[in-house]
Write a protein that binds this ligand. Structure first.
Ligand SMILES: C[S@@+](CC[C@H](N)C(=O)[O-])C[C@H]1O[C@@H](n2cnc3c(N)ncnc32)[C@H](O)[C@@H]1O
Length: 188
């Protein structure tokens, strides 16, 4: 029992340190501020994204492509891919460690494609649904990319950060944790 308590404390301490490092870097390292660090989506917003995307995938009689630019370890994408084998899922992650983790986790899924590259070098043209959790300084450039490359009808789900240059379809307020919460939905 005591070992379990110690292990829990070590894990919690590790999490707290990691969070301090991420937040500290955001404030003090300029280059870091322009790109979203790895913060996995969690809680109510993630559940809501899963439920909303599942509904769209269930309703569709044709195979759809779900794109997750900046997928991290691709948790959400993999969960969706397991539930909907008839649809395709593409994750883009430029951090090699995160990409390799996502690759390993999805190794048995034939409907998941993962790419280790900058999302801005990948065309979004094939996406039917986009799900993202990025960061404020990137959102305008991201919106421009969506406007110039995506087909009509694409649905975009953005965790926490709104996309200022896309017409908002729905904003759902969710419980906030630190800076994170709310879901923004756009239909082009
Ligand atoms: C806030 S995390 C979100 C991770 C995941 N989508 C989730 O919801 O759990 C943002 C991720 O985007 C990745 N990222 C940031 N800029 C990127 C870029 N230009 N190209 C590819 N990945 C990028 C980061 O490495 C990080 O893993």
């Amino acid at each position: 029992m005591i070992w379990l308590a110690i292990l829990l404390e070590v894990v919690l301490l590790g999490l707290a340190l990691w969070l301090c490092l991420v937040i500290g870097k955001l404030f003090f390292v300029k280059g870091y501020r322009d790109y979203p660090p790895f913060v996995p989506s969690f809680g109510q917003t993630k559940k809501l994204e899963f439920a909303k995307i599942s509904k769209l995938l269930q309703k569709s009689s044709v195979p759809l492509t779900v794109l997750d630019p900046g997928c991290g370890t691709a948790d959400l994408l993999i969960k969706l891919a397991k539930a909907f084998p008839q649809h395709s899922f593409v994750g883009i992650e430029w951090n090699k460690g995160l990409y390799e983790t996502a690759k390993f986790k999805s190794r048995k899924l034939t409907n998941v494609t993962l790419l280790c590259q900058d999302m801005f070098d990948y065309s979004f043209v094939k996406a039917d649904i986009i799900v993202c959790f990025l960061m404020a300084p990137l959102m305008e450039r991201f919106g421009e990319k969506i406007k110039s490359e995506c087909k009509k009808g694409v649905v975009v789900f953005s965790n926490t950060f709104s996309i200022p240059n896309l017409p908002l379809t729905e904003e759902i307020k969710t419980r906030k944790f630190l800076l994170f919460g709310n879901l923004y939905i756009y239909k082009l």
